[in-house]
Design a protein around this ligand. Structure first.
Ligand SMILES: [Zn+2]
Length: 300
């Protein structure tokens, strides 16, 4: 059972392990009796566990819920924290409405529960400041990164960054809904904050070194794509040639979800070639399974 652990003054992390596909994190800022919750996990039972953890620490209902992005493994529990308003990037609401619970079709064997889809009621266009008591919570938006509607949460008094899936310590980034170059811009911006503690969307609590490693990974990814494209190698073939989990030698050689390299190479190819056509997710997911030699595993 996960718990809300205080990782800095008035900032709590709810880390779900092992942190792979659909096993995501949440966070809470609590001060002066007021709480602001960031993300609501991927299934009804996981979200109920989060709500129980709030109850155990006497936090009760949060005053506000923030969604870091629209992926269904971060928003499933929104309904459980009503009547707290759900705050997100202004593009998050239409994306959630459009995609619904699409993630669930990928893993029909998971018990997702039966909660209704609750869309954000407040859309942030640029930058906003919320409060939990006297503590400020800054909401940062930017260009396309992990998705087209990412929102990073910065808690300045404690220098804590709650990054959603812009940062996933120990886990391979996933850019199928996002952009390699856009992620590089985001990571530079997050590094400029000089955070001391980072709560990512998946994985363990980390320090700012994870930003450097993520940036290095993205640079390596682009270099792999640029090397492979002239030979006519497909993203799957390029991924097999450089497979870091097999060949070692990089910090990301031991990261979870190595199959995401294939999807990220599809994105890198498209950005380098400057193709306007959207990437179709079905063939990319099939390539990821082919890279693994079996279906993509998820637990929940
Ligand atoms: Zn995500």
């Amino acid at each position: 059972m996960s718990a809300l652990d205080e990782v800095a003054d008035d900032v709590f992390a709810y880390i779900e392990r092992p942190g792979g596909w659909c096993v995501s994190n949440a966070a809470l800022v609590r001060a002066d009796g007021e709480s602001v919750l960031v993300d609501t996990l991927g299934t009804e039972s996981r979200a109920r566990g989060l709500r129980s953890a709030l109850m155990r620490m006497g936090a009760g209902s949060p005053a506000m819920v923030i969604n870091t992005h629209w992926h269904g493994d971060h928003t499933a529990g929104n309904a459980l924290f009503a009547p707290a308003p759900v705050v997100a990037h202004r593009r998050c609401r239409p994306a959630m409405a459009r995609n619904g619970w699409a993630v669930r079709a990928l893993w029909p064997e998971i018990d997702w529960g039966d909660l209704p889809l609750v869309l954000p009621g407040v859309g942030v266009g640029d930058r906003a400041v919320l409060h939990a008591g006297e503590r400020e919570i800054h909401l940062l938006t930017g260009g396309i990164g992990h998705t087209d509607a990412d929102l990073a949460v910065w808690v300045p008094h404690a220098r804590v960054l709650i990054a959603g899936d812009l940062v996933m310590p120990g886990t391979t980034p996933f850019l199928l809904s996002g952009s390699v170059h856009g992620m590089l811009d985001w990571i530079d911006r997050l590094r400029d904050l000089a955070p001391e503690t980072i709560i990512g969307g998946h994985g363990e609590v980390a320090d700012r070194h994870v930003l450097t490693e993520t940036r290095d990974y993205l640079g390596w990814l682009l270099a792999v794509a640029r090397d492979a494209m002239p030979s006519g190698a497909t993203p799957l073939e390029a991924a097999r040639q450089v497979d870091p989990a097999r060949l070692g030698g990089h910090p990301w050689s031991s990261w979870n979800e190595p199959e995401r390299l294939v999807a990220n190479l599809h994105c890198a190819y498209a950005e380098i070639a400057d193709t306007a056509a959207p990437i179709r997710s079905g063939p990319v997911l099939a390539d990821m399974a082919a890279f693994l030699g079996h279906s993509i595993p998820a637990s929940a």
